[in-house]
Design a protein around this ligand. Structure first.
Ligand code: ADP
Length: 500
């Protein structure tokens, strides 16, 4: 089912859960039905003849018991009726089949009434050979002619005899009467379950099969609704999210665990998306402000120098140069960040002493900002040999010190620490006693565009890119990094690189 949509999302050419469920249940039903039908046609007949055989043997035992009793003929009738089988008992004299002693239930469809003497003799002979018993099955078509008086009522029928397929089983057992006289007992029964019983069984199986199919269809429908409906709802919401609607809640009230997890994940993604969206809007506002201010200054000073005589002074030119530099560093930051994010920035690694850079940088800052009341305290190891991209790590240190200066507040003391950790890393800490960062902002400050104070204060606050550039560089180096900060007490930004 390929459905192109307005938003350009095309659904894959695969089958939906609903159809898969139907298919699986159909296969399941098919297998069950096949099993039922095959067991009915194969097992039932086998089982039936097994049972019939044991019933015949039981009847033969009882017949042998009574065969020389006085009312034996009556007993044979009772046994024949009880077991619903035809019965014929012969005496055996000199190992030959003698005269018939008992006879019951051998009318109608019974094979016993249709066997010739020779056939009786043959069955007897093979029972002797087989060690006392023999079983044979007979299948043929038999006609039944109704009694005369019934025939009169059906005069319209040209031929009123009924034809039926007979499957019979005849069993011969050689036994001894209580008096010790040998007897041959012939028994005869229908091989197939009685027609009506078999029909009832088949009808029952048919109804069962139908119920199974209908039940399976209903089950597939209900299951597919329960499974598919929440997925469809989530898909629809996700599509709206993709279309730019930010305020979407994916939470499903009543659902199963997997859908609950999926909707929670989607909710999280939606929240992240709207956060990025908000940050991006803020960035555009900030950057345009950042770009506009130096540009206004440059244009303003340029015009003054052009229009007012005597204003073409080196101080004014310096303002233009400073603002142009600020502008170019902002553009550089943006370019660099986009390169980190595109993943196309490569490091040029070299072995050098990090402690040297820390010393040099803090001296330079002390010289530059000492006039503004800043003091820089350096506590560094003698040597911290590392292997890294020197220019980039220097950029990290500059960015962190710049932030410390920007957010130092009234306490203007900044400490730069270079130490060795116990597990062999060089650790750099830039510590200030400024305003600090609230715990709820800590996880976000490394994100690009993020500013704790959304109110833009250009004099102290940068573009919001500094820490994300720091993070980009440190992650390229696989460095460990972090921040500890307390609101009103100051912050400690740190990173660690392995000592080489
Ligand atoms: P910015 O250019 O705004 O300083 P950064 O990415 O360098 O952007 O920093 C992100 C935010 O983290 C800052 O807006 C500031 O709120 C907070 N921050 C960074 N360094 C410090 C610090 N040393 N003390 C207090 N807050 C800081």
């Amino acid at each position: 089912m390929r459905r192109p949509r307005r938003d350009g999302i095309t659904s894959q050419k695969t089958y939906g859960i609903r159809w898969m469920l139907f298919a699986y249940l159909a296969v399941f039903c098919g297998v069950i039905l096949l099993l039922i039908w095959s067991s009915q046609s194969l097992l039932l007949n086998k089982l039936y003849s097994r049972i019939m055989l044991s019933r015949m043997d039981a009847a033969a035992g009882e017949l042998a018991e009574i065969s020389d009793a006085q009312d034996a003929q009556w007993g044979a009738k009772v046994i024949s009726m009880n077991y619903q089988i035809g019965v014929a008992v012969f005496e055996v004299t000199d190992d030959e089949l003698g005269s018939r002693l008992l006879w019951a239930g051998g009318e109608g469809g019974s094979v016993l009434s249709r066997l010739t003497n020779a056939e009786y003799a043959a069955l007897f002979a093979s029972a002797k050979e087989n060690g006392g018993s023999e079983t044979r099955t007979y299948s043929d078509q038999v006609s039944f002619t109704p009694p005369i008086e019934e025939e009169k009522t059906h005069t319209s029928m040209p031929d009123s005899s009924i034809k039926a397929d007979m499957h019979r089983m005849v069993r011969v057992r050689l036994a001894e009467a209580p008096s010790g006289k040998p007897v041959a007992i012939f028994l005869d029964a229908a091989l197939m379950p009685m027609g009506s019983a078999a029909g009832a069984l088949q009808a029952e199986i048919l109804i069962l099969s139908l119920a199974l199919v209908v039940g399976a269809l209903c089950l597939a429908w209900v299951m597919s609704r329960r499974i598919v409906a929440p997925i469809s709802r989530l898909t629809e919401k996700a599509r709206r999210l993709a279309g730019g609607h930010g305020d979407i809640s994916f939470a499903e009230k009543e659902s199963y665990r997997e859908i609950g997890e999926l909707s929670a994940t989607l909710d999280y993604a939606a929240a992240e998306l709207s956060k990025v969206d908000r940050l991006q809007k803020e960035l555009i506002a900030n950057i345009s402000h950042d770009l506009r201010t130096p540009l206004t200054m440059i244009i303003g000073y340029g015009e003054i120098m052009r229009d007012i005589e005597g204003e073409n002074k080196p101080e004014n030119v310096q303002v233009i140069i400073d603002e142009a530099k600020r502008l170019s560093s902002l553009v550089n930051d943006l370019l660099q960040l986009s390169r980190y994010q595109a993943g196309c920035e490569e490091l040029s690694l070299s072995a050098y002493d990090l402690a040297d850079d820390l010393r040099e940088t803090s001296t330079r800052y002390a010289r530059m900002l000492g006039g503004q009341g800043f003091s820089f305290v350096l506590r560094a190891e003698e040597a911290l040999p590392i292997r890294a991209d020197r220019a980039r790590i220097l950029q990290v240190i500059y960015n962190l010190i710049n932030n410390a200066v920007n957010y130092a507040g009234n306490s203007r003391e900044i400490t730069v620490v270079g130490s060795r950790t116990q597990d062999g890393y060089a650790r750099v800490e830039i510590v200030d006693q400024g305003e600090g960062i609230a715990p709820e902002h800590l996880p976000d400050i490394w994100q690009r565009y993020y500013k704790v104070d959304a109110q833009h204060k250009r004099s102290v606050v940068g573009s919001g890119l500094g820490l994300s550039i720091v993070r980009g560089i440190l992650e390229l180096h696989h460095a460990r990094y972090g921040v500890e900060s307390k609101l009103g007490e100051g912050s400690c930004f740190w990173f660690e690189l392995p000592i080489s």
